[in-house]
Design a protein around this ligand. Structure first.
Ligand code: S3P
Length: 167
């Protein structure tokens, strides 16, 4: 059985765009958990946070993690908060390889500044939110087996490193 490849990491580290390419290269199916939650609920991530609250979003995320872990041959781009929940980590690990994408806060800032899909960054000062959350989450992404910095290396080199690691 082909283990799933689970991309974890902070917002703006490139999980979705890299994941899509990685899946194509490996002949795996690609799932972006945020998009899947939007499809399942019929609401945007932003609407769920605003109308139903973060707790509701996290429970949708958790249900989805359980569903996906019963499948194989997937590349999964998780949301930046998915692995803050230890149970999600345990479930994802059962049949998945966890790979963490990182980037410096300056890089993250540039990447997320024009995107509106991230309610945790959109209230107040963007830079302060990034620095605070990175600080709060320091350690949470260390559950990965392999980590690669997507700010330092070019897109193709990052893909190459991940594929090399998986072989
Ligand atoms: C979140 C990250 C987002 C999305 C939600 C919460 C987080 O996903 O799941 O806004 O807690 O870091 P991306 O990492 O794909 O932006």
């Amino acid at each position: 059985m082909k283990k799933n490849i689970i991309l974890i990491g902070f917002m703006g580290t490139g999980k979705s765009s890299l994941g899509r390419h990685l899946a194509r290269r490996l002949g795996y199916k690609f799932v972006d958990t945020d998009s899947a939650i939007e499809e399942i609920t019929g609401k945007t991530v932003e609407q769920i946070f605003r109308k139903d609250g973060e707790i509701r979003f996290r429970s949708e995320e958790k249900l989805l993690v359980r569903k996906l872990s019963r499948r194989a041959g997937l590349v999964v781009a998780t949301g930046g908060g998915t692995v803050l929940d230890r149970e999600n980590v345990e479930i994802l690990r059962q049949n998945g390889v966890l790979i963490c994408l990182t980037a410096a806060p300056e890089v993250i800032f540039q990447r997320v500044k024009n995107k509106k899909r991230r309610p945790l960054l959109s209230r107040g000062d963007l830079w302060e939110n990034i620095v605070r959350l990175l600080h709060e989450r320091a350690g949470a992404y260390e559950v990965a087996e392999f980590t690669v910095d997507t700010g330092e290396l070019g897109f193709d080199e990052v893909l190459h490193q991940i594929i090399n690691y998986l072989q």
